[in-house]
Design a protein around this ligand. Structure first.
Ligand SMILES: *Cc1c(COP(=O)(O)O)cnc(C)c1O
Length: 463
């Protein structure tokens, strides 16, 4: 089939000659000429660089390059980091109802912007707006790509070329790329800081209000807490000042929640309905944080202001696609039944799992993990604290259970290297496993692993 011996002077074959080999032709038949040609050229470069020296090696290199090229880049992983809403790992897992809704509209045409009753042009927000209003008490609502987009759109639509008042204690940065002062500048607004980092009083706002003021903005300081000698205004106080000057109040809730998290035994988080009931005109919050839906930014509030926001040309650029809206509608529908909600929305279910239940899952996984990790490592169970993540207070943690891997090596430096290599092996599995290294151990928090079977199976594969 292929010439077994290297060419006499060990020079690579020409592209045409190699492409003519029957084995290469077989690859062309299954993958197409363009891809094989591309990979062949790269493999021939490897030959010239001295990394290959014969035809079988060339063929293997081409095959491997094709495989790598065709392997999906975006792929499911096991989130064993202990952070439930992990932005880098895709945040909220979707319920089956949302996945079915995505599949139902993905394959063909849908009434995305089509009013079936009147055979007229419809509005894509219509599929979710009534649900958001019912669940939050808002008069109107609209949805965009994510919460950062929601804040950008609201500021641009309501305050371009004017001033926005924000407390110095709320100039937040979330996840490295969302910085309120930057968003403000991009929205074309002038940031006017009021008060100080730790204390802001009603008179600070009142004194800063002038003819160029467009609105008062409050940002939920979701990923940090100012402690000690502090003072800030709650929504009602802010509303009182704004009303006196006929200005709107906008609150960026970040996570926000449609239900009372404390009733589920979780740390308190502002409830959207309560914030709006305090008189706030517009709120923004994420679809894929505590709500447990797809990535989206929800804007809810007064009909007049939402109308203005919806008419902004920026809305068109920031709007959601049909897949997101299908998933969001399906998740919002689950909120109709508070009795089954927590069990049916995976984010809420994972956040409320009992430590004992998580520990049982961890225990069931231990033998497979020990066998897979090998004799060089000790595997045991330990108590850990999971985090909600995505801007919920990092100080508030949930008791959980983890599989702990420690190296038996006597040398500290070697132990640390071995742990890093083990973490790399876990990331290299068909379903990559992402844990976290803490001091002298690699921790795999089992809170987010409800189905242990698939995980155990890939640990049983002989390595
Ligand atoms: C998370 C967060 C954002 C950004 O939301 P995305 O959905 O990630 O765009 C903005 N503001 C606050 C307060 C947040 O917590």
């Amino acid at each position: 089939m292929i010439p077994a011996a290297p060419t006499a002077d060990n020079r690579p074959p020409s592209v045409d000659r190699a492409l003519g080999w029957p084995a290469m032709q077989a690859l062309v038949a299954s993958h197409g000429r363009a891809l094989v040609l591309d990979c062949l050229r790269e493999a021939l470069d490897d030959w010239r660089a001295g990394q290959l020296a014969d035809a079988p090696a060339l063929l293997l290199a081409v095959q491997q390059r094709i495989e790598r090229r065709l392997a999906p880049s975006l792929t499911p992983v096991f989130n064993m980091t202990g952070t439930v809403l992990h932005t880098n790992l895709g945040r909220a897992p979707l319920p089956p109802e949302a996945i079915a809704a995505i599949a139902a509209v993905a394959a063909g045409a849908s009434n995305l912007e089509y009013d079936l009753q009147d055979a007229a042009r419809g509005d894509r927000d219509s599929h979710v707006e009534a649900w958001i209003c019912r669940l939050t008490g808002a008069e109107a609502a609209t949805v965009v790509n994510n919460n950062a987009a929601a804040v950008l759109l609201v500021l641009n639509a309501l305050a371009a070329r004017r001033e926005v008042l924000v407390s110095r204690g709320e100039l937040i940065e979330i996840g490295g790329s969302f910085r309120l002062p930057d968003i403000m500048a991009r929205a074309g607004c002038k940031l006017r800081e009021v008060g100080t980092t730790n204390r802001t009083h009603p008179r600070d706002y009142a004194e800063a209000i002038g003819p160029r003021t467009a609105l008062l903005l409050k940002a939920h300081t979701s990923n940090y807490q100012v402690q000690g000698f502090t003072s800030s205004l709650d929504e009602a106080q802010l509303v009182e000042i704004a009303r006196a000057h006929h200005l709107p109040v906008v609150v960026d809730l970040g996570s926000g929640s449609l239900i009372d998290m404390q009733a589920l035994g979780l740390p308190a988080e502002p409830v959207v309905r309560e914030v709006l009931a305090a008189g706030v005109d517009v709120v923004t919050f994420s679809g894929d944080k505590l709500l447990g839906g797809p990535q989206a930014g929800i804007i809810a509030g007064s009909a007049e202001l939402i109308g203005k926001i919806r008419r902004s040309p920026l809305k068109r650029a920031l709007r959601c696609d049909k897949l997101t809206l299908a998933a969001l509608e399906a998740v919002l529908r689950l909120y109709a039944d508070p009795q089954t909600l927590v069990q049916r929305v995976p984010t809420l279910r994972l956040l409320t799992r009992r430590q004992e239940q998580i520990r049982q899952g961890a225990e069931a996984l231990l033998p497979a993990l020990q066998a897979w990790a090998g004799e060089d490592f000790v595997v045991d169970l330990c108590e850990v604290h999971s985090q909600i993540g995505s801007g919920s207070l990092p100080l508030e943690t949930l008791p959980s259970a983890a599989l702990r891997l420690r190296s038996r090596n006597g040398n500290r430096r070697s132990r640390s290297r071995e742990l890093r290599q083990l973490a790399e092996r876990l990331r290299g599995l068909p379903y990559p496993v992402i844990g976290r290294i803490a001091e002298d151990s690699l921790l795999l928090d089992c809170r987010c692993v409800e189905d242990t079977r698939l995980l155990a199976e890939q640990w049983q594969v002989p390595q």
